[in-house]
Design a binder for this molecule. Sequence first.
Ligand code: NAI
Ligand code: MG
Length: 358
Amino acid sequence: MRDFERESGVVRVAVIGGDGIGPEVVGAGMRVLEAATKDSSLELRFTEFPWGCQYYLEHGRMMPEDGLETLADFDAIYLGAVGWPTVPDHVSLWGLLLPIRRGFDQYVNLRPARLLRGVESPLANSGSLDVTVVRENTEGEYSDSGGRMFEGTPHEIVVQESIFTRRGVERIVRYAYEEAGRRRGSLIGATKSNGISITMPFFDEVFREIGEEYPNIEASLMHADSLAARLVLDPQSFDVVVGSNLLGDILSEVTAAVSGAIGIAPSANLNPERDYPSLFEPIHGSAPDIAGEGIANPSGAIWAGALLLDHLGYPEAGERVLNTLEETLASGVKTRDLGGSATTEEVTEDVIERLRSR
Ligand code: NAI
Ligand code: MG
């Protein structure tokens, strides 16, 4: 386990702003994190890396060859967004984000969604929606095991295999039970064992086995299709949801959508053992349509920064950041995508001002 130099209170964060609005929103996030930790025992040291699509156009790669080795020295990675119309999306994704997720064994993708005050849900019945999706991030349906034969002929064959390992399922399910214990004590396992008759019953089996270690957690399995429907019909009834790579991906997109706009939701790619740095990012992309205009919503990046503080062992600071952001939005200082008229700078300044006067 990495030692976060708690005695000296110094935490080293690698910052990859990336493309489009990425640098704008992580720039805002860094300033908020600095304000939130000022006068505390924690000192954040940011080091910025100019990696992304512009770097690709100049160097022919998204990051230097020894990029992962460089990042391995940090306690956490704070990312804006990567992707730009001049570079194919699979190149930018496979050249930067996926190598980091896989190389650093970030097997938990944590996607909290909460309806913050000042934000309107597209649902009429959203109530006090507060749900976290724990998505498996390294195996499952997103595997490159398979192949394609007799391409373009009438007897073309395409096969792609899902990979579920005992170790992989156990560790994600165990993380989810722990997360439920830190929250309201309720966990739903997303399955599809009625249709997918080999891997999903295995997932269910492991879910029940691990559950025996957590008698205080109220746990049950639910088919992902009806789960998706219930997330829309009765989102208040959820606490933590755990799912495979594919099911977790889809369900976390639903929870993000019902809790407001894409500019708000954060995501953490965690290596819980802390053998490697974890990565924190807003879920949105580089938004080429509004890049450079100064109107991007910095909320998702700021909330991702709060998750970074949580993970590094400063949950009070993380909570302070999220609560302050919520106060700002509730006061009406919000960007255009949320129905407001504030700029990125105005939202950021308002959050910082409130943190200072706390
Ligand atoms: P996007 O999330 O960049 O934009 C979708 C829509 O939401 C746009 O209309 C945009 O203006 C708006 N939007 C997104 N974030 C916003 C914010 N913070 N404030 C206000 N409005 C916001 O998704 P899109 O257009 O599909 O992808 C653009 C590029 O970003 C692509 O190259 C894609 O591959 C990349 N991308 C990268 C991600 C990452 O780095 N993890 C995630 C998603 C997309
Ligand atoms: Mg997705």
